[in-house]
Design a protein around this ligand. Structure first.
Ligand SMILES: NC(=O)c1ccc[n+]([C@@H]2O[C@H](COP(=O)([O-])OP(=O)(O)OC[C@H]3O[C@@H](n4cnc5c(N)ncnc54)[C@H](OP(=O)(O)O)[C@@H]3O)[C@@H](O)[C@H]2O)c1
Length: 253
């Protein structure tokens, strides 16, 4: 029996990158897992890759869609014990050119999506005396970076949300923490590198060097390293850790 057997986890944005790695890590530890996102094909691929994972489409910016996700999880699995608010998106833009539509879209998916996920998660965990809620924020939630003011604002908001909910739930047995990865090798990073090459004319090696300039270890983070920190926060000896923002970034922040 794995250390998480008997627990059910919901992972938003579980069809790729960090979310898929988290889903697999939790399933390997014995949890049953629902991965959610907008692309059914991507979710089905992750669900096929390991027993104990099922797929359910959900758009985290749509309150009805998030409610339907948690209702179906309650119907199928009798509730939820672990909530991973991982869905997110980033697009670079100089602040002077950042329009209101891009601002709203970025806040919507990264911050309002985390709010809707935690809000539905809290309701689904009512009457439980053990639970884990983890937001995947970013080092961009801990310091500023150029060309991503909207993303930094959203991720700073995610950390504030996480810390506040943690304080409200501190006596309940449910912990709430944020994980803050540095640049991590996922489809999001591939898009960021493509964008740097497109905007600057750099080749891939130069673009990689530019993105790694602020990383003391000089390397990208692996999705499994983020997933491992999630597993640790869900483990048996992490019950005293709540309201924290854990940097998984090679010492960047
Ligand atoms: N990669 C990095 O360098 C890095 C660094 C720090 C933090 N992060 C954070 O890590 C998290 C995961 O990102 P990733 O790197 O794994 O990138 P990714 O592979 O692009 O994953 C993002 C996931 O979010 C889902 N998603 C996007 N919009 C959604 C919406 N409206 N509703 C539901 N799901 C949505 C996507 O699925 P669908 O398109 O199917 O909906 C996708 O599976 C994000 O919160 C990101 O901000 C990433």
């Amino acid at each position: 029996m794995g250390k998480l057997s008997g627990k059910h986890a919901v992972v938003t944005g579980g069809g790729s990158g960090v979310g898929a790695a988290i889903a697999r890590k939790l399933a390997e530890a014995g949890a049953t897992v629902t991965v959610s996102g907008r692309r059914k094909d991507a979710l089905d691929e992750v669900a096929k890759s390991l027993g104990g994972i099922s797929a359910r489409t959900c758009d985290v910016t749509d309150p009805d869609s998030v409610s339907a996700l948690f209702k179906s999880v309650a119907d199928d699995h009798g509730g939820v014990d672990i909530v991973i608010a991982n869905a997110g998106a980033a697009q670079a833009s100089p602040f002077a050119k950042l329009d209101l539509e891009s601002w709203r879209k970025t806040i919507d998916v990264n911050l309002t999506g985390a709010y809707l996920t935690l809000h539905a998660g809290v309701a689904a965990m009512e009457n439980k005396d053990w639970g884990r809620m983890i937001t995947i924020a970013s080092v961009a939630g801990l310091r500023g970076y150029p060309y991503v003011a909207h993303y930094c604002a959203a991720k700073h908001g995610v950390i504030g949300l996480t810390r506040s909910v943690a304080m409200e739930l501190a006596a309940s047995g449910i912990t709430v923490n944020a994980i803050c990865p540095g640049y991590t090798e996922t489809p999001m990073l591939t898009r960021a590198l493509d964008n740097v090459m497109d905007k600057t004319g750099m080749n891939r090696e130069e673009a990689t060097k530019a993105l790694l300039r602020t990383n003391p270890m000089g390397r990208f983070i692996q999705p499994d390293e983020v997933a491992q920190s999630v597993l640790w926060l869900c483990g048996p000896n992490s019950g005293a850790i709540t309201g924290q923002a854990l940097s998984v970034s090679g010492g960047e922040v």
